[in-house]
Design a protein around this ligand. Structure first.
Ligand SMILES: [Zn+2]
Length: 337
């Protein structure tokens, strides 16, 4: 743990040593879905089509589309020393300025039941009712009101990606440090696990990959996986192995290996953290060019395999916020190829 990270609030589940996540291989999944299926399940009928998209040219529309899940309900005032709660609005504004044809769809908020697949029910209900602090360490009604939408944004993006292929962005943060029953590290509900478990509840054979390239170790995700089991979910967290001073070129060279670990997955949830930037006060070993290369390698690699991807912003703490927004603009540029 480096000094800058040491001051951040940490969840209770951080005692376990970082370790490389276990790959869980499963049977390929097949399921027929009625055309009368509810709207939120219609992506199921599209999945076999998505799997046939094994070359980039087979889905040019999906590859070029700039798709975002966003509404103002996802944004709350920044607090607790982190800009994350307030990032969705400025990031989407920057994306819209760069790409006026951006396709924007509002998030379907997750239910309390969906949150409780990844978290202790008392924790979920206490946080939403302001009886317990959120992951920023505050009791804030606007943050509480945004949480079902921020978590829903990644799930909505995942379903959109599964249905149409390609990459879909959810401009949200604050997921990977929250454990089964305790938030912290600016994370309140683990949207990665909430999305993975919701998708697998709809389609138990679905294989979901979590590629966490935030600077910090995804300890909360690991804690929840230990609790609920790893079946159908493969977790790769760069923070387990790559720290300040690490060899940037070695990290970039390792990305194909990470992607190979996720080759069996029907969908990847990609945490495109901005805090691995070398000037980030809480992170830092990649230059702007290297961070851009990280994203290009990820999206090119997933596109080559025909793997749909839903991605989120994760951390980023440089000031002014425009420096962080610029990194997220770079990730969007990489996502559309
Ligand atoms: Zn981080």
């Amino acid at each position: 743990m480096h000094k800058a990270w040491a001051w951040m609030p940490r969840p209770a589940c951080t005692s376990a040593s970082p370790r490389r996540a276990v790959t869980t291989l499963g049977l390929r999944w097949r399921k027929k879905v009625s055309s009368a299926a509810p709207a939120h399940l219609r992506w199921l009928s599209m999945l076999p089509i998505a799997r046939r998209k094994t070359t980039p040219s087979s889905s040019p529309r999906a590859a070029k589309a700039m798709r975002v899940v966003y509404s103002e309900a996802m944004t709350a005032p920044p607090q607790g020393g982190s800009p994350s709660a307030g990032k969705p609005g400025p990031v989407v504004a920057a994306w819209r300025a760069a790409w006026p044809a951006l396709q924007v769809r509002p998030p379907v908020p997750v239910t309390v039941e969906q949150l409780c697949r990844a978290h202790d029910r008392d924790y979920v209900e206490d946080v939403l009712a302001l009886r317990r602090p959120n992951g920023f360490g505050t009791l804030n009604a606007e943050v509480a009101a945004s949480l079902r939408y921020t978590n829903g944004a990644l799930l909505t993006a995942a379903r959109w990606a599964l249905q149409d292929g390609g990459a879909v962005a959810a401009p949200v943060s604050g997921f990977h440090h929250v454990c089964w029953a305790r938030g912290g590290g600016f994370c309140t509900f683990n949207g990665l696990m909430v999305a993975a478990l919701a998708l697998r509840a709809d389609a138990p054979g679905l294989q979901v990959g979590i590629l966490d390239y935030d600077y910090h170790y995804g300890d909360g995700t690991e804690d929840i996986l230990r609790r609920v089991g790893r079946t159908g979910i493969t977790h790769v967290t760069a923070g387990a192995d790559w720290h300040r001073g690490a060899d940037a070129s070695a990290f970039l060279d390792a990305i194909p290996e990470h992607l190979a670990t996720l080759a069996h997955c029907d969908l990847v949830l990609f945490q495109a953290g901005a805090d691995p930037h070398i000037e980030d006060p809480l992170g830092g070993f990649l230059t702007t060019t290297e961070l851009q290369r990280r994203d290009e390698l990820v999206f090119q690699g997933l596109r080559a395999r025909g793997t749909p991807v839903a991605w989120d912003l994760a951390g980023g703490y440089q000031k002014p916020l425009a420096k962080v927004v610029d990194i997220h603009v770079g990730t969007m540029r990489a996502s559309v190829g």
